[in-house]
Design a protein around this ligand. Structure first.
Ligand code: NOJ
Length: 767
């Protein structure tokens, strides 16, 4: 007891010595040298048991985001008292985090504060569009700011750490988790990942409203075979380096505090036990000093993978491979000490893991004040504020993509005589909150119906009919994360009333798509058409009224080929978050001119998946005269709506693509410019996109690769010049030499409004 007290005093002394003298000097407070000294001083005091304790993360039962364990909260809290736990996830609210932290601070020998993590994926309580939707804004400023707001709300409720951004390249619409990332392209995903890391972490992690970010899932998770969640990934080293890893490298360079590994194996090795990925590439190669948390139970799951024979073996593999913290496998706490004693895991690796964890805790300022994020006043006043709602509306409207607008049916007049608002999602206040909704409340979104009512003039007659339900029964109140869904496949009894409403209306707005929990973890589907009886509703409505605007709410690219062929207007509205209905109304009635562009290709049908624009050419790309080339016999090879695509209420013309030179050395630079004119009569924003192709390489290269973009506002009638720089960053790839290099040869370059643009120039890289 006396010895314990002495030690606690010593830790306190070390911390105070460093932090007091730094108090008036912010640079010193945050200096990494000082932090390293503090980390080392604490590490010296720790027993092996305490070190292992830091590497353990438990779930708190305020939320359950994985298969529940049979360890009770009581048992977990007992372990907190002994310093047997370094972190908890899903402990929510100031009250709960304060209480858990208190157990550690008042009982454990060294009083090392807990770090609390949570899946704050697209907002904490103010919910922004799901990440795939927000990515459609291509607007890095608003993406960064939405992360800043999410961090501020989460930190006001005791959360220190978000498991975001998810930067898995995902090209398969069947994979439910496609909604959580930024789509199919490494360049766009890298830029968005960095913006989010900057938004969450700010300039200084020790400030009370910034939180640690987590780049996940390392690596390859989005390439699950046939889109089946958790499935095997079979890609080679070059594809891994050129396609999967760039967003992770960018996040590491941006100083992301933590990484999470992934459930999948790559070519026979589960990522959680992959030393090359975690140690050689990330920690040594990229010189990254944060810590790696396992995914939920992924250490233990190496047994089911057939890679570890039991939990002890799994712990040995994971610790040696560089998984620093065990989320919910209970493998480290049970076996790591013994593994060290037996010489199966070297103590230097344990020390390295613990130092990484302590480093993040120091950076967050938790040693200075373990309760610094436990501020009841902030919790009451800084969450779900008016200001945050206003910004959520801004982000939501910028994330909407106009897919089709035949005859300029949109925007609608606010003085329409009558409008029929139909569909299972029209008056749905829950679906727009999406999956991974953190504290976003059940039924807390502004519905489309409410948004339209807020917008139209008092003389407009509104008729609402649900028509059909997507689910057989509504979700039970509360959280349905682990719940299977039961679709309505037979009840069409509401269709006649919906048809009646449509018959007499001047205009129909039809809200269809996917409910919130149709995408997200474990939500893979082989059917990406409208589920249930929605297609019947759509066709019945269109039969009686051709003025149909389809408002699609969904978390994955869908097969909407019938709608694309028939109805005049389609708005892609994802799951847009708290302000969904208002944002959609802003676009429907022209208060905002849509500017979103698809971050992922929409297929003609599911058989085309995985579908992405940056494919390889193959040896037989095309033949007009015979069948033996790379294509389908029953569907096009290309997308229904391609990557980068999105219309506006105005039109843009691109011309004068000019390169300032046509030859450069590998380390040279070209200025590329294009002239864009707004040829319509509304102001509008356009995402100007630059693509390149390296024609011959030591490895085959994609037919196009996005390498730059800029979102510009162009007033009606105005002409602007947009400039890009082409340099080493643009041209290099991971070559046959296993290095990032620019290879001499011919290149093509395109600039335009989507990935199919034909405005082209050529240049050469010479030796
Ligand atoms: C499993 C998911 O794969 C991961 O993304 C998430 O952060 C954890 N569960 C914690 O909820």
């Amino acid at each position: 007891m006396q010895k314990n007290n002495l030690l606690s005093i010593l830790v306190l002394f070390i911390l105070l010595t460093f932090s007091c003298s730094d108090k008036n000097n912010k640079i010193l407070t945050n200096s990494s040298a000082k932090i390293e000294q503090k980390v080392d001083s604490v590490l010296t005091l720790m027993t092996l048991k305490e070190k292992v304790g830091q590497m353990v993360q438990y779930n708190g039962s305020w939320d359950v985001t994985g298969p529940p364990s049979n360890v009770s909260d009581e048992e977990k809290f007992e372990k907190l008292k002994n310093g047997g736990v370094g972190s908890m996830l899903n402990v929510l609210s100031v009250k709960a985090t304060r209480e858990a932290q208190r157990l550690v601070m008042e009982n454990s020998r060294l009083k090392i504060p807990l770090i609390f993590g949570y899946d704050v994926i697209h907002g904490y309580k103010t919910i922004f569009p799901i990440p795939l939707g927000e990515s459609a804004s291509w607007d890095l400023e608003i993406i960064k700011k939405s992360a800043t707001i999410a961090a501020s709300e989460a930190s006001a409720a005791g959360v220190h750490w978000t498991f975001s951004p998810m930067i898995d390249i995902s090209r398969d619409a069947r994979w439910g988790r496609i909604m959580e990332g930024s789509g199919e392209d490494p360049y766009l995903t890298s830029k968005i990942g960095v913006a989010k890391v900057q938004g969450y972490q700010g300039e200084d992690l020790s400030i009370n409203n910034t939180i640690a970010a987590c780049a996940k899932h390392f690596a390859g998770y989005g390439f699950a075979e046939a889109g089946r969640d958790y499935n095997a990934v079979n890609i080679g080293e070059y594809e891994l380096q050129n396609t999967i890893l760039p967003p992770f490298k960018a996040a590491a360079e941006a100083g992301v505090a933590t990484f999470m590994n992934s459930f999948n194996e790559i070519d026979g090795i589960p990522a959680t036990g992959d030393k090359i990925l975690q140690r050689n590439i990330l920690k040594e190669g990229w010189n990254w000093d944060g810590f790696m948390v396992s995914d939920w139970g992924s250490i233990g799951e190496m047994i089911a993978h057939g890679y570890a024979k039991d939990k002890a073996h799994a712990a040995e593999i994971a610790a040696n491979a560089g998984s620093d913290m065990d989320m919910e496998s209970y493998a480290y706490e049970a076996h790591l000490e013994q593994l060290v004693e037996e010489g199966k895991v070297d103590i230097s690796l344990i020390n390295d893991a613990v130092k990484r964890i302590l480093r993040v805790k120091f950076k967050l300022g938790l040693f200075d004040d373990p309760y610094k994020y436990c501020n009841e006043e902030r919790e009451k006043t800084e969450i779900f504020t008016e200001e945050n709602q206003t910004f959520a509306r801004e982000v939501a409207k910028k994330s909407i993509v106009l897919l089709k607008n035949k005859g300029n049916l949109l925007p609608l007049s606010k003085d329409l005589k009558s409008i029929a608002i139909i569909g299972p999602l029209a008056d749905d206040k829950d679906t727009p909150i999406g999956n991974w909704r953190a504290k976003g409340g059940t039924n807390s979104a502004v519905s489309l119906l409410e948004g339209i009512k807020n917008s139209v003039s008092s003389s407009t007659k509104i008729a609402y009919q649900k028509g059909v339900s997507i689910l057989k029964e509504e979700y039970p109140k509360g959280r349905g994360f682990l719940m299977p869904l039961n679709f309505n496949t037979d009840d069409k009894s509401g269709i006649p009333a919906a048809v009646n409403a449509a018959k007499t209306a001047e205009m129909v707005v039809l809200a269809i798509g996917e409910v919130a929990l149709q995408t997200g973890e474990g939500r893979s589907q082989t059917n990406i058409k409208l589920v249930g009886v929605q297609q019947e509703l759509l066709e019945a409505i269109y039969k009686v009224n051709k003025n149909v605007v389809v408002v699609l709410m969904n978390g994955r690219p869908m097969d909407i080929s019938w709608a694309a062929e028939n109805v005049p207007s389609i708005l892609e509205c994802w799951h847009l978050g708290s302000q969904s209905g208002n944002a959609i109304a802003d676009v429907l009635f022209g208060d905002y001119n849509p500017s979103g562009k698809l971050p992922v290709s929409f297929p003609h049908n599911v058989g085309q998946e995985p579908l992405y624009y940056n494919q390889k050419n193959t040896g037989r790309p095309f033949s007009p005269t015979h069948v033996t080339f790379s294509a389908y016999r029953d569907a096009p090879k290309t997308a229904l709506y391609p990557f980068g695509y999105g219309l506006s209420y105005t039109t843009f013309e691109y011309k004068n693509l000019i390169l300032d030179k046509n030859e450069i050395l590998p380390n040279g630079e070209i200025k590329a410019s294009v002239v864009i004119t707004n040829t319509g009569n509304r102001d509008g924003e356009e995402v100007v996109q630059l693509y390149i192709r390296d024609l011959v390489g030591s490895l085959t290269r994609p037919i196009r690769e996005l390498k730059g973009f800029e979102k510009v506002m162009v007033k009606a009638g105005e002409t602007k010049t947009v400039n890009f720089t082409v340099n080493v960053e643009t041209l290099q790839f991971y070559t046959i030499n296993k290095k990032w290099e620019v290879e001499p040869g011919d290149f093509e370059l395109w600039i335009g409004g989507d990935s199919t643009t034909s405005l082209k120039a050529s240049f050469k890289v010479i030796e």
